[in-house]
Design a protein around this ligand. Structure first.
Ligand code: TRP
Length: 334
């Protein structure tokens, strides 16, 4: 483990998720394992972006608190370490939406309407977009800039938001003098794990494997997985490309040689789907077992989870207050 001073000198990371529910294996390999590694070299802030949830769903208030606990338990089980990193509850720090309001003075409505996620979301939800949805990326810019974060690890879909945060930093600095570093996106190069039906993995499609699933649920989902549709009999030559069975083996089976053997036999029509699925179920359950055990321990003590989140948020508060005070002063307030 690195010395805390050394970690701090390498710069600050801010990233986060909306607490929309328990995390799935796509989050684990695409995002969480990367966050866990980054803790070794950066001063990491992980944000529970509960205000952002309301931009697309403000009619189910009862869900939010439960989803926050589920998500934080998954983060910790995956290896997020609250002794080294700071967990922040967005809605507990009014500095975030306050900075959003101030940054809002520096951006046009037309610019926000051009953010690609805005139109996509509005279309997908079949809603007339709210002011809250339009200002989603300004709130995200505020999340990043309030901690003067230098690096923002995100998926590709979030790049337009980081780009806007960079613009906001530049515009603020030009007008009021050097204040914010221009945050850099750090995009994971790993291929995205497909859902068990080979579409994008997403809770709304019901095609996820959750970190909290039991081994039995996991096995059942694996046994029902989409494979190569061109293959009718086990003796037909199969395709391992664009076949989630093999995407998953590539992601989770540490025995590379075994994976290559399965691929060769599959291509040659020498192994059936069922045998590969049985192997995958075993591999996946083995991979997830220690994580699931930790998760059960965390979920059994929800008060401890809340305390961790509270103390992280307290640690963040001082920084957020200092930045906001600086910004208010530069903008002629207070
Ligand atoms: N918009 C991000 C997502 O949906 C969550 C988020 C909110 C975020 N604030 C952030 C990510 C700041 C990175 C930095 O995944």
């Amino acid at each position: 483990m690195n010395h805390p001073a050394e970690i701090a000198s390498r710069g600050r990371i801010l990233t986060g998720h909306r607490p929309t529910g328990p995390r799935h294996i796509g989050h684990l390999v695409g995002t969480l394992e990367n966050w866990v590694r980054l803790q070794d070299s950066y001063d990491c802030f992980f944000l529970v972006a509960d205000l952002h949830v309301l931009t697309t769903d403000h009619e189910h208030p009862a869900r939010i608190a439960a989803n926050i606990l589920e998500m934080v338990a998954d983060w910790l089980a995956a290896g997020i370490d609250p002794a080294r990193s700071t967990l922040v509850l967005q809605s507990a720090l009014p500095e975030h939406p306050y900075l959003m309001a101030l940054l809002g003075m520096l951006v046009t409505v037309a610019r926000l309407e051009r953010v690609p996620t805005y139109k996509e979301q509005a279309q997908q939800l079949g809603l007339t977009p709210s002011l809250g949805l339009l200002s989603y990326p300004i709130l995200q810019a505020a999340d990043i800039l309030i901690y003067k974060a230098a690096t923002v690890p995100v998926g590709e879909d979030q790049l337009p938001h980081v780009e806007l945060a960079r613009e906001m930093a530049r515009r603020f600095n030009q007008t009021y003098g050097d204040t914010f570093p221009e945050p850099e996106a750090l995009v994971s190069r790993l291929p995205r794990l497909p859902g068990v039906d080979n579409r994008t993995m997403h809770a709304s499609y019901g095609n996820t494997i959750l970190l909290k699933d039991t081994p039995e649920e996991t096995t059942r989902k694996v046994m029902d997985m989409y494979t190569d549709p061109t293959r009718v009999h086990a003796t037909d030559p199969g395709h391992v490309e664009n076949n989630p069975l093999f995407n998953y083996l590539d992601a989770f089976d540490t025995d590379r040689e075994a994976v290559e053997q399965f691929k060769a036999r599959y291509r040659a029509g020498k192994v059936g789907d069922v045998e590969v699925k049985r192997h995958l179920a075993q591999v996946l359950n083995g991979y997830l077992a220690p994580l699931r055990q930790r998760r059960v321990t965390f979920m059994a003590r929800p008060d401890d989870l809340r305390d961790l989140l509270r103390s992280g948020t307290q640690r963040a508060e001082g920084l957020a207050q200092a930045t906001l005070a600086e910004v208010q002063k530069k903008m002629g307030l207070g």
